[in-house]
Design a protein around this ligand. Sequence first.
Ligand code: SF4
Ligand code: SF4
Length: 293
Amino acid sequence: MAEFTLAIASGKGGTGKTLISTNLGVLAAEEGLTVLVDCDAEAPNGHLFFPQGLRQTHPVQVPIAQVQASLCTACGLCRDACAFGAIRMLGKAQVFEELCHPCGVCVSVCPTGAIREIPQRIGEVEILRPAGREHLILVTSRLDTGQVKTPNVIQAARRTAGQFPARIVLLDAPPGVACAAVASLRGADAILLVTEPTVFGLHDLELSIQLGRSLDIPMAVLVNRDVPGDTSVEALCRSREVPIVARIPFNREVAETYARGGLIVEEFPAFRELLGPIPSLMRGLRAGKGIQA
Ligand code: SF4
Ligand code: SF4
């Protein structure tokens, strides 16, 4: 169990969430064991910044209900009990696997024992110990092609991360505010919302703030590609009472470094100073202390 779990999230893709997560991970690992979890199971890319290292991969399986037609009397009890509409009566009961959220209710209501749960692979979790970074572990969630149970793979990755006695766990959440984002953020101690001063960025920041509030997790905002003189993010944050913790100005060199898989805190000392204080500021936020914008 980590001392502190910080989620890095954004309402939309392309705001620089992985840029911030990977660089925060490198900085935090200088202070103690750090686990960075890539929760973007449908398109993980954190590993691209750590190409060398020791890798272990574990499959993620979930139990999926399966009906043995020879035992089914077509009573319909399982269909009526399934809260996810995953069972239809087509002569006998039939399970639609994509809709099945492995809850086991149908197994318990079936009077003939016709339903059993069969483990089915939906993805994998990779543990990477990057070469030359003694105190950093990267845990990657990866959904198999054609599968849809993204939250289950993310939860498996978070359970894996929880096995390490980390000083801090950083959760690089998938973009958006749907089930996968909820699975990534739930239970975090604080959320760092990465945004940009654009119309889409502001719209999705608003949604992310609503999600963070519904989960009752303290939040702060990092403005990426900040535009001098633009106060749109500041105005929204002030009205929603969410502090701004850092601003990263638009910088072509940063974009180029990121695009080739480089780490900006190792190539530009100014970014060490900019990002370094964020984990302790977010701990303070969790403890009820404010942050000066
Ligand atoms: S509860 Fe069992 S017997 Fe009844 S329809 Fe479902 S699978 Fe068939
Ligand atoms: S395990 Fe749950 S979700 Fe899946 S078919 Fe049975 S009742 Fe429905």
